[in-house]
Design a protein around this ligand. Sequence first.
Ligand SMILES: *Cc1c(COP(=O)(O)O)cnc(C)c1O
Length: 301
Amino acid sequence: MYKTIIQDLGIYQGNHLYLKREDLLPFSFGGNKARKAFLFFEDFDKGDYDCIVTYGSSSSNHCRIVANICAQRNIECYIIGPEEASEETANSKMMNLFGAEIIIVPVTEVSTTIENKINKLRREGKKPYFIPGGGHGNIGTQAYVDCYNEIQNYGVKFDYIFFASGTGTTHAGLIVGKLLCGGDENIIGISIARRNPRGRQVVIDSIKEYLNNNVISDDIINANTIFVDEYIGDGYAQYVTSVEKSINDVLIKFGIPLDPTYTGKAFDGMVNFIKANNIKNKNILFIHTGGIPLFFDFLNK
Ligand SMILES: *Cc1c(COP(=O)(O)O)cnc(C)c1O
């Protein structure tokens, strides 16, 4: 499996900042969805399957990567997408380029459409493998347990780890990794869309689903799950002007692109969180979870 580098960015606003470059995972613009997808395709290979069904919007990084791997391996790929988020984007253009079949329905019909599609494929004699949207589930969590272990082995003791938290398994995996090896970083997910208490609960549910055997108490899991929903702006893909400023700042200072939906919003949230909590002279790791095609959508606005 691929590992990613941690880049030392030096002192940034009073703290020592490091960036874990998940965006550089060497497949299809990388990102956390690449790390998750590699594990889903390992699972696909273990079973008797011959096509993929998944779910996501037209700007989904997950769907881009899954469609790219399917095209590379000549596997049929079916993507169910919500009509409400179906405008053309760099990611949706690539999904088309990869020959994925994209089925657009109103968001309320998504789950029945997935079920119907899987049943129809089975009736046709095919063997569909379903990947939940965003690479959710224990396999997605595993990908970020692995990532946490890379972070632990880097050789710097991080006081804080920040990243964009969306469907929850990136967040869950990092916390599980920490709990299983007794780490003591503050792991802080910056929500890009969901509000508390639901957003945090989804992360906790993913942690418990993965740990299954209850070796770690609910109290410990609850105390370690920090889901910050203060920097969402008006919701998914909506952002305030300070996000734009942070994107420009990081691009100019470090030559690293962020996007307004995920990494830019989370980075800006981190900067505000650091100010609000008066955090100084700490080692801070920001995980760049990818989404580079969304940076180009941002430039084209
Ligand atoms: C999906 C995504 C996230 C959020 O990851 P989750 O595991 O869904 O919480 C963060 N950043 C980028 C770029 C993403 O594509």
